[in-house]
Design a protein around this ligand. Structure first.
Ligand code: GLC
Length: 402
């Protein structure tokens, strides 16, 4: 990973993106692509879902309005998943162009346009062998040149028609990087748009790391983004009601931005193009929290490293305002260790809080104790305690004075 191109500033400033897994799998609610790969559904039955994929109530303006309202700055839509079914007319496709309305609507709302695209295509005979008995898919080694020109042609068309700001690749693991022809693919995309951003599954050409579902314990090097489902599925599955709560999503988001990452939160629209109401309300719940605490979100950088405060935090761009994010109800005090600065002010939404320092010796700062905010100042989901410092954060990271 880590390319030589400087990262586009919009990406690190975005904080929230919306991932959209939309495809024919929403018709029966099968696992996206994997259903036939894993032998859950025969290939032909999986592909019959093409007939039920109507997109009849698809309103990309409504999508974009929702994404903008909840505070997202970009979105990533599955232009073609591992099943090979494209959302625009090219090869095996749903037979409609579902991408241009999406790209236009996002841009109207000031959002950056991203496409998910799978390097692998299990429907292509020059990529994999489909059988009518289990296992339904067998990947044949090595990659055929004809397949790579098919992939390059599709990506070229995506770049030309929709001018995406971000290309989010996947499905790279079935072949080594040397076989994927990524130098050529990257050059092709950069020729269309020198500022296009690639996720880490463009391997050595990736601009940022792509942890999936699991929250990193230490931040990956460089820019990164956690992709996460709202329930247990990427695409729409009728039976999956195992949704995370708004409070849990707020926590994921706070932990992520507190370590300098973005959250790419996934929705799975139904086959008719509508977003299930449970998903809308989870996005709105997160969006309401973000709107209320936007100063602790936008224009911030990663906060304190682990060990200084029990919970995530962010810092203003000039590093002189520390936003402590409190998930639980504090008792008596909130403490911060290792801060050498003087505190000018501590408050929750303008409600002033007393503070003092105990201990410390020589270069080792004491413990900063901030009075617990009164109950009425606490946020239902996560409270932001703002600490204004006398200058850029000056942090002690040592082992203490002997
Ligand atoms: C995995 C899965 C895929 C999903 C993706 C999202 O790579 O193969 O189904 O789209 O993760 O990150």
């Amino acid at each position: 990973m880590v390319s030589t191109m400087p990262m586009q500033p919009w990406f690190a400033e975005a904080k929230l993106g919306i991932f959209i897994h939309w495809g024919i799998y929403a018709v029966d609610g099968t696992l996206e692509s994997w259903a036939f790969q894993l032998g859950e559904v025969p290939y032909d039955e999986y592909m019959k879902q093409l007939n039920g994929f109507t997109a009849e109530h698809y309103d990309p303006r409504e999508w974009a309005e929702l994404f903008a309202r909840v505070g997202a700055r970009y979105a990533v839509l599955t232009s073609r998943h591992h099943d090979g079914v494209a959302l625009w007319p090219n090869g095996l496709s749903v037979g409609q162009d579902l991408l241009s309305g999406y790209a236009d609507a996002l841009r109207e709302h000031g959002l950056k346009v991203g496409f998910y695209y799978s390097h692998s295509d299990w429907s292509r005979p020059d990529y994999a062998e489909i059988s009518h008995e289990e296992p339904y898919v067998k990947v044949i080694q090595p990659l055929a040149p004809g397949f790579l020109s098919y992939r390059d042609g599709q990506v070229d068309e995506l770049m030309r028609r929709y001018k995406p700001d971000l290309m989010w690749f996947d499905g790279e693991w079935e072949h080594p990087e040397s076989e994927w022809g990524l130098d050529k693919l990257a050059a092709l995309m950069l020729a269309h748009n020198p500022e296009v951003v690639f996720n880490g599954r463009m391997l050595s050409h990736g601009d940022y790391a792509t942890p999936e579902q699991g929250v990193p314990i230490t931040a990956p090097d460089g820019p990164w983004e956690l992709c996460l489902t709202l329930n247990e599925s990427w695409g729409y599955r009728h039976g999956d009601t195992n949704y995370k709560s708004v409070r849990q999503i707020v926590r994921y988001f706070a932990e992520t931005i507190g370590m300098g990452g973005n959250l790419l939160l996934d929705i799975g629209p139904r086959a008719d193009g509508t977003i299930p109401p449970e998903q809308v309300s989870l996005l709105e719940g997160l969006g309401a929290w973000i709107a209320k605490h936007s100063e602790a979100v936008y224009g911030t950088v990663a906060g304190l490293p682990h060990g200084h405060h029990y919970g995530p935090s962010t810092l203003s761009a000039d590093r002189s305002t520390l936003n402590l994010i409190l998930f639980d109800t504090p008792r008596e005090t909130v403490s911060v260790r290792g801060v050498r600065n003087k505190v000018r002010r501590a408050h929750v939404n303008g409600i002033e809080l007393g503070h003092r320092v105990t201990g410390g010796l020589g270069e080792v700062p004491g413990v900063l104790w901030i009075d617990a905010p009164p109950a009425h100042a606490l946020d239902d989901y996560a409270t932001v305690l703002t600490v204004e410092l006398d200058g850029p954060l000056d942090l002690y990271r040592g082992t203490g004075r002997n």
